[in-house]
Design a protein around this ligand. Structure first.
Ligand code: GLA
Length: 394
């Protein structure tokens, strides 16, 4: 599946380093349902999409690591034994964090040159940073023959985000980017990491994302707070039920008996319901029942907004507007929240009409148009071109 824009990592690499690179692409992701459930060992239903991070890589000849980002037009030079976090939020931390993780796991990494390009909008909730970590890890895996399976790559990428980006994320994004499959969503059990592909039987419906344009700095701190609240809730219940291993096993009577704090109880109530929604929604998707599946998306949004409280007025407005259009089977905020995108299922025949009406209403209310993305699913991270004799194509 071709990227949306012409990715230029390989072309720029050739200009900068005058070498033929190995080229890897890792996709961003959407999440159909199962939000904020990954880090408590719950269920999720993401899919890789046709927006990618492209990385061009080769061994370096001067003993240093050279990184160049086409988006930020910035070059970084660093010695392998001096790798450390740089400024919070800086793009290079994903790559440096990935290298640090591989070194920690005793993999033989040598200095390298890398150019990065991407058509995944940053901060929109499409996992641009997870895709960058997965792309970097896949590229290093290929270049240095590390023999990592896609699941190992997802785990290294997740650890890199924990330690170098400071977000205690779950594994959903990295998993989708590394193991995605075209025309399929992945029903992933985040506790056992067992998964199955669920064919995307969308029938007459298209997946359309509306980007609120909001990029809240709250996102990572509030994210970590939600994770902490879930942990606190689990410990409160464990005081009465010591054998409990994850929130997935919590029942309503346990919740009401063991968790007196209303905020924490609401958070846990959301998690219980969202896990259940994933379990009933996946078969609906498989059966192509878009109306029933879409209803679950609306319910999920309601929980995210009122119980889990990770939405914002712009996302709530978009979902409320979408709900008023009969050709919309379902919609909800997607990803970590506090901004970014909504995901919606819209009947193909009325797609443009709905996009125009919702965009106009949004502009009237917030004085700016939301960007819209019609996404398609794609395969997970892969080498698309190797400088070695055999060439691999997506
Ligand atoms: C972010 C995290 C994911 C997941 C989502 C919410 O994208 O990186 O691990 O927790 O939020 O579902």
């Amino acid at each position: 599946m071709a990227p949306v824009k012409d990715l230029k990592a390989a072309a720029i690499f050739r200009q900068l380093f005058e070498q033929e690179p190995l080229i890897v692409r890792a996709p961003g992701r959407i999440n159909l349902i199962g939000e904020h459930t990954d880090y408590t060992g719950g269920f999720v239903l993401p899919a890789a999409i046709n927006r990618y991070v492209e990385v061009a890589i080769s061994k370096s000849t001067d003993g240093k690591i050279h990184l160049f980002s086409t988006q930020f037009e910035e070059q970084i030079e660093i010695n392998l034994d001096e790798i450390a976090k740089t400024t919070a939020g800086a793009w290079e931390n994903c790559v440096l964090g990935t290298v640090a993780q591989l070194i920690k796991k005793q993999h033989a990494i040598k200095p390298f040159n890398m150019v990065i390009d991407s058509d995944i909008p940053a901060g929109a909730g499409l996992s641009s940073s997870a895709a960058l970590c997965v792309a970097a890890c896949t590229a290093l895996n290929e270049l240095f023959n590390l023999n990592l399976a896609p699941l190992n790559i997802a785990q290294v990428a997740q650890a890199a985000e924990h330690e170098y980006a400071g977000v205690k994320c779950g594994i959903m994004n990295q998993f989708a980017s590394a193991l995605g499959k075209r025309n399929n969503a992945i029903r992933l059990d985040c506790r056992s990491l067992s998964y199955e592909y669920v064919p995307l039987n969308l029938g007459d419906y298209t997946i359309c994302l509306f980007d609120s344009g909001v990029r809240h700095s709250l996102a990572s701190s509030e994210y970590n707070i939600r994770r902490e609240q879930c942990q606190q809730g689990l410990e409160m219940i464990r005081a009465f039920h010591p054998a409990l291993s994850s929130l997935r096993e919590v029942t309503h009577p346990m919740l009401y008996h063991c968790v007196p704090d209303t905020i924490i109880r609401n958070r846990l109530e959301y998690i219980l319901q969202e896990n259940r929604r994933v379990c009933v929604a996946a078969p609906m998707l498989r059966a192509g029942d878009m109306k029933a599946f879409g209803e679950k998306l609306f319910e999920s949004h309601n929980g995210l907004s009122t119980q889990y409280q990770v939405s914002c007025k712009e996302l709530d407005f978009l979902v409320d507007q979408l709900k008023q259009h009969q050709p919309v089977a379902g919609a909800r905020m997607m990803g970590g929240g506090f901004g970014g995108c909504t995901i919606s299922l819209i009947h193909k025949e009325q797609l443009e009409t709905v996009i125009n009406a919702v965009s106009e209403a949004y502009e009237e209310r917030f004085n700016r148009l939301p960007a819209t993305y019609k996404v398609e699913t794609s395969d997970g991270a892969n080498a698309i071109k190797s400088p070695n004799p055999q060439t691999i194509t997506l």
